[in-house]
Design a protein around this ligand. Structure first.
Ligand code: GLU
Length: 390
């Protein structure tokens, strides 16, 4: 075969793949209820869209600095102080990215030599393992056990460290389990990273969608972690800006300089006018988006309660994020067959837990931030599907 093993040995993305399939079915004129990828139903708030349209009209359509426009980086620095208590130098510690996934890619290229081991959570977001593989790293999975409330223990994490361990990837609020890692959870990671001289890439894409009683903490803000943390953030989830492909990395100067080099070669710059919209999103959140967050929390609660009431299913109320991480083990069916049959029989698309890792096998993931009509119909169809199973 003339293609590379790295690509040939990787698989398609379950989240994007299922969402694309649902879209294809819809384009054939057939009904489909799509709860697969974590894409909110609402459009980007109008104040963000308007600022971006004004930027295009004003001719802001040329490449920008590879690390991002000064205007954008300054807005990010303000946001980091206001929301995260982090004082970042916008000149040297912030790099614009095309969303968290592109940030993860350059973060891994900058950190990993071929054969280096990278620790991931199991279950974890479907693209981490493939991206590690693309850069020549070796994936090491450490379980997030249900009995530990989907949190790493010091024992499990320490056991995974070898002389080849180079980096850890973690996600908080966590996709798919909905856990928001506490300072104590993060301290376990920090202690091990410092002791073993590791880099940690933290995916914080869901940082603003944290539900009542929970609080997002940045790993980089823990003592000794700034120098070794690559913080990945984006506007995709919190601001319903998935199609904009925009985010940023916060890292210390030594790391950020290398990431800037990568952006120069790989993408030149992030889209110019999109950076204006994202800069506006960095400002104090306006009513439109605050209303989205209130609505999303209601939907997350509604969906998890509904699913919990279906005999054979159980799920915790998420602490943050968009997903009902639903245990199906009582139904005696594997997660892939469950999702395939649900799509075939009821035209409902969700994601099988096994795509997130071995420890996801007894689960399916349902995205809760869709329209009320879609949620009603989709949940009814899931109930009907399960009734027919038994
Ligand atoms: N991150 C989202 C998810 O887990 C969007 C899909 C993707 O980018 O893979 O569904």
């Amino acid at each position: 075969m003339i293609l590379s093993k790295r690509v040939l040995n990787s698989s398609f993305s379950a989240t994007v793949g299922i969402a694309d399939k649902a879209q294809f079915i819809r384009e054939q004129g057939k009904a489909v209820y799509d709860f697969s990828a974590g894409r909110a139903f609402e459009p980007t708030p109008s104040y963000i869209a308007q600022a971006t349209m004004d930027a295009i009209t004003a001719g802001d359509t040329h490449q920008t600095m590879a690390k991002g426009k000064t205007f954008y980086r300054n807005a990010i620095a303000d946001k980091l102080i206001r929301d995260n208590g982090i004082e970042a130098n916008p000149e040297t510690e912030i790099v614009a990215t095309m969303g968290c996934k592109q940030g993860l890619t350059i973060g891994l290229i900058a950190s990993i030599n071929p054969g280096d081991e990278v620790i991931v959570e199991d279950p974890c977001f479907v693209s981490y393992k493939q991206t590690i593989q693309y850069v020549g790293g070796k994936v090491v999975e450490v379980p997030l056990r249900a009995e530990n409330n989907f949190r790493w223990t010091k024992k499990d994490l320490s056991k995974a460290i070898t002389a080849k361990t180079k980096a850890i990837i973690m996600c908080s609020p966590h996709n798919p389990t909905g856990v928001v890692h506490t300072r104590d959870d993060l301290q376990i990671v920090a202690d091990i990273a410092i002791k073993n001289n590791l880099i940690v890439l933290t995916d914080e894409v869901y940082e603003r969608v944290v539900w009542k009683g929970h609080h997002h903490t940045n790993l980089a803000s823990l003592p000794g972690m700034k120098e070794r943390t690559i913080t990945l953030m984006s506007f995709t989830k919190s601001f319903s800006m998935g199609g904009w492909r925009i985010g940023f990395i916060y890292a210390c100067e030594t790391i950020a300089k290398e990431l800037e080099k990568l952006q120069q070669h790989l993408i030149t710059s992030v889209n110019s006018f999109v950076q204006i919209g994202a800069a506006i999103a960095c400002g104090e959140p306006q009513k439109e988006v605050l209303d989205y967050w209130l609505e999303w929390e209601k939907k997350v609660n509604y969906c998890t309660e509904y699913l919990n009431d279906i005999p054979g299913l159980s799920c915790h109320t998420p602490e943050g994020g968009f997903y009902a991480w639903t245990n199906i083990s009582e139904l005696q069916i594997d997660s892939l067959s469950f999702t395939e049959q649900l799509l075939d029989q009821e035209s409902v698309a969700i994601v099988h837990g096994s795509s997130f890792g071995k420890y996801g096998e007894n689960y399916v993931r349902f995205t809760c931030v869709k329209s009320w009509e879609e949620l009603e119909e989709g949940l009814n169809r899931i109930k009907k599907f399960i009734n027919n199973l038994s």
